[in-house]
Design a binder for this molecule. Structure first.
Ligand code: ADP
Ligand code: MG
Length: 275
C-alpha cells in the first residue's frame, strides 16, 4: 500500500468574505499523477496555494505524512511541495535565468556550493544550457515556462504542483511540457496538475479530481470519471476524443473493454481485432 504524502482535511478558504473552498478533502499518495479539472473560478489555484503553504486555510487542516501543518510549519511544507504558477511572468522575479533559479535554494538557506549544483542540474534537466545569463522576461513563452519549472526543480520538492502548465503554449511546447511531467514522474516525483485538456488528463493521469464551485465533485480513475456524463455536464468538461470514438465503436460491437489512452493505441486495438 502506497503511503499518503499530503492530505487536506475539510479545507475552507475565503478571500475577504467570499468562501472559495467549501470543505476540500483529498489524500495524495506517493507517486501519483493527478489531473485537477473544473471550470475557471472553481477554486483549483486557491486550493493549490493552500497545499503548498502560500495561503493558510480558515478552517480544516493540511497534513504532511500525517503531521498537522500549523502556521509555524509552513516553511517546512514549502520545502516539500513545489508550485509552478500558471503564468510564468507572475512567478519569475530575477533579472537573469541563473539568479532566478538560484532564488529558491538560496531562500532555503543552502550553502553556495549546493545552490550552484542545484542550479546546474535544474538547467540541464530543463534544457536551458546557454540561457543562464539571459533576461527571463525576454524569453519566449516556452522558454519562460521551462525557467519557471527549473525554479521549482532546484528546490527538490517531492511533490510538484503545476497550475495549467500548457496554458498559452503552442502544441510543440505543450508536448514538451507533457514529456517533462512524465519524466519527473518516472524520476519519482508525485505530480498534481490542473488542466482543461481532457485528452491530456486522460492519457497522463492515473487519477482525475473534479472541482466545482469550491467542492470536489468527483475523484477517481480517468476512465471512470470521463464516463460520467452528469459530472462532465456539471463541471463543463469535455470527454476525451478517443473515448467518444471508442464508446461509439463499443455500442456497435466493434470493440470491447477499457478505452486505450491515445488515438494511436485505439487504432492498434481496432486493427488487431479486425485481423
Ligand atoms: P480556478 O483556479 O479554478 O480558476 P481560482 O482559485 O483562481 O479558481 O479562483 C476561485 C475564485 O476566487 C474566483 O472567483 C476568483 O475570482 C477568486 N479569487 C482568486 N484569487 C483571488 C484573490 N487574490 N483575491 C480575491 N479573490 C480571488
Ligand atoms: Mg486557476
Amino acid at each position: 500500500m502506497k503511503k499518503v504524502l499530503i492530505e487536506a482535511r475539510d479545507i475552507h478558504f475565503a478571500y475577504d468574505e467570499k468562501e472559495i473552498l467549501k470543505g476540500i478533502n483529498l489524500a495524495v499518495y506517493e507517486g501519483e499523477k493527478i489531473a485537477v479539472m473544473g471550470s475557471n473560478g472553481a477554486g483549483k489555484s486557491t486550493f493549490f496555494l493552500n497545499l503548498n503553504g502560500v495561503l493558510y486555510p480558515d478552517r480544516g487542516e493540511i497534513l504532511m505524512e500525517g503531521k498537522r501543518i500549523g502556521k509555524k510549519e509552513l516553511k517546512e511544507l514549502r520545502k516539500r511541495v513545489g508550485f509552478v504558477f500558471q503564468d510564468a511572468d507572475s512567478q519569475i522575479i530575477a533579472s537573469n535565468v541563473r539568479a532566478e533559479i538560484s532564488f529558491g535554494p538560496m531562500n532555503m538557506g543552502l550553502k553556495r556550493d549546493e545552490v550552484i549544483k542545484r542550479v546546474e542540474s535544474a538547467v540541464e534537466y530543463m534544457d536551458l544550457k546557454g540561457f543562464e545569463d539571459r533576461a527571463p522576461h525576454y524569453l519566449s513563452g516556452g522558454e519562460k515556462k521551462r525557467v519557471s519549472i527549473a525554479d521549482i526543480l532546484a528546490m527538490k520538492t517531492e511533490i510538484l504542483i503545476f497550475d495549467e502548465p500548457m496554458a498559452a503554449l503552442d502544441p510543440v511546447n505543450s508536448e514538451n511540457v507533457e514529456k517533462i511531467l512524465s519524466r519527473l514522474h518516472s524520476d519519482g516525483k508525485t505530480i498534481i496538475t490542473a488542466t482543461h485538456d481532457a485528452d491530456f488528463a486522460y492519457r497522463f493521469a492515473d487519477r482525475v479530481i473534479v472541482f466545482c464551485d469550491g467542492n470536489i465533485i468527483a475523484d477517481g480513475g480517468p476512465w471512470e470519471i470521463f464516463k460520467k456524463s452528469e459530472i462532465l455536464k456539471k463541471a463543463n468538461l469535455k470527454k476525451p476524443a478517443v473515448m467518444t470514438i471508442w464508446e461509439a465503436l463499443e455500442k456497435s460491437g466493434a470493440v470491447k473493454g477499457n478505452c486505450p489512452k491515445t488515438p494511436e493505441e485505439a487504432a492498434m486495438a481496432i486493427i488487431a481485432r479486425n485481423k
